[in-house]
Design a protein around this ligand. Structure first.
Ligand SMILES: [Fe+2]
Length: 435
């Protein structure tokens, strides 16, 4: 499974100041030539002026090497703390003044008969403060478990460890916080971790964002994450297809690049949920310090008993859906570093008559381009790509939503899904060069 990493991008500092000024000038009726002079580069046409001949670059076959999955006993996937202690610690932005902290305690079970743990048996606490070792504040949150059940002969069921989510509120923007999470009564708190809240509004603070999609859990994923860490981003945008747990049968073993080809007799698209726990451990060193904002991909669907989907994804990841008025964790928006991000769900109803579209319309109306001059959207499958396997795969979604995004001047779109190396340049497309 190939990952892609686009380590982007916005050295938003001076760029952001320029963005505001340039946008204002453009809106005052400057001509095309003026904009060209202003930018000093050739005008990029909008997609509405297309279609254009795709620009493709041959896939570099050497990137295929290292795409073997990491085994479950790999040190980066192995459980490193006693059962009651927090692991798989992760951050997600709630707002410039609030942060989600998530973690897992206890032991997941897999087998023919599994009994869900009681999520109320362990407290969900985050102790935090602005000085290392001094935790002046404590915030409590909620805990949950989920099960992935397959009522078919020979298939194994899974029930998760206890997943905790706590929202820290009343933080200061652009401030460093030190924290521990866990249950203080059980003397089971994590090591100290540190994060920095994002700047509020337009800022000259350099803000660097890493964009990743289709990460998986391979040797290439390791290279990607190490590369990402070296570049010290302020935030990670994860555009779907995370663990690829659904490339496995419930009995584990070896994953397959094509599940249906390798396991044609499987009664359902199976998953091996312990891969999710491995992924959480693999990511913890970076996302316990740098917030990661996720949107679901097709590998997160994971159908199970009763037609239920996205159980693991929805239980494991906190997103600011409540904060932005979305009624679903499958789509949401948030502000950070002068950017309003819109995260759209491609595997839920996106029609104009649906809840997601209504929410999007309202959300876009409320964007304040003075505070967030950049408007960036992300969803998993690209509307434009030149790869035959995925060509026009989400044309219906494009037809429903594209006009609304154009109308509100979305500047950049990021997607994943297309793993070929072709089409990547089509993933980020600009409405115009008027920034
Ligand atoms: Fe995908």
């Amino acid at each position: 499974l190939l990952l892609l990493l686009l380590l982007v991008l916005f050295s938003m500092g001076l760029g952001m100041v320029g963005a505001t000024g340039e946008r204002r000038m453009a809106s005052e009726g400057e001509g095309e030539q003026g904009r060209r002079l202003l930018h000093g580069w050739r005008r990029i046409p909008t997609t509405l002026e297309g279609p254009f001949k795709p620009k493709t670059r041959r896939f570099n076959p050497s990137l295929r090497r290292g795409s073997d999955d990491l085994p479950m006993d790999h040190p980066r996937l192995a459980k490193r703390v006693p059962s009651v202690f927090p692991e798989q610690i992760a951050l997600a932005i709630s707002s410039p003044t609030s942060m989600w902290v998530s973690w897992v305690t206890g032991d997941a079970q897999i087998g023919s008969g599994v009994t869900p743990l009681d999520p109320s048996s362990v407290a969900s606490e985050v102790w935090y403060g602005t000085e290392s070792g001094q935790y002046r504040f404590c915030q409590r949150g909620t805990a949950t478990v989920y099960s992935q059940l397959y009522p078919f002969e020979g298939l194994l069921n899974y029930t998760s460890a206890i997943i905790h989510h706590v929202r820290l509120q009343g933080l200061e923007p652009r401030k460093r916080y030190y924290y521990k999470c866990g249950d203080s009564a059980l003397l089971a708190l994590s090591e100290e971790h540190v994060f920095e809240t994002s700047p509020s509004g337009v800022s000259i603070h350099p803000y660097r964002i890493a964009v990743i999609g289709d990460l998986g859990l391979t040797s290439n994923s390791t290279a990607t994450i190490d590369h990402l860490a070296e570049n010290n981003p302020s935030m990670i945008l994860m555009v779907g297809d995370l663990s690829y747990a659904n490339q496995y049968r419930t009995t584990g073993g070896k994953g397959a690049p094509c599940f249906s080809c390798s396991f044609p007799d499987a009664p359902i698209r199976e998953t091996y949920q312990p891969r999710w726990d491995g992924w959480g451990r693999f990511m913890e060193p970076i996302i316990s310090t740098i917030p990661m904002m996720v949107i679901e991909g097709n590998h997160e669907i994971e159908p199970q008993i009763g037609g239920q989907t996205f159980k693991s994804y929805l239980a494991r990841f906190a997103v600011p859906s409540m904060e932005c008025g979305s009624n679903s964790n499958l789509y949401y928006s948030f502000d950070t570093g002068g950017i309003h991000f819109i995260m759209l769900g491609a595997y839920v109803d996106y029609n104009r008559t649906g809840a997601q579209y209504s929410w999007l319309k309202e959300d876009l109306k409320q964007v304040n381009r003075e505070n967030t001059p950049w408007l960036v959207a992300a969803w998993h499958p690209p509307w434009y790509n030149s790869y035959s396997s995925h060509y026009q795969e989400f044309e219906c979604m494009r037809q429903e939503m594209e006009e609304l995004l154009y109308h509100h001047g979305v500047d950049i779109v990021f997607s994943g899904h297309v793993n070929t190396g072709t089409g990547y340049m089509r993933k980020a497309y600009l409405k115009s060069t008027i920034f």
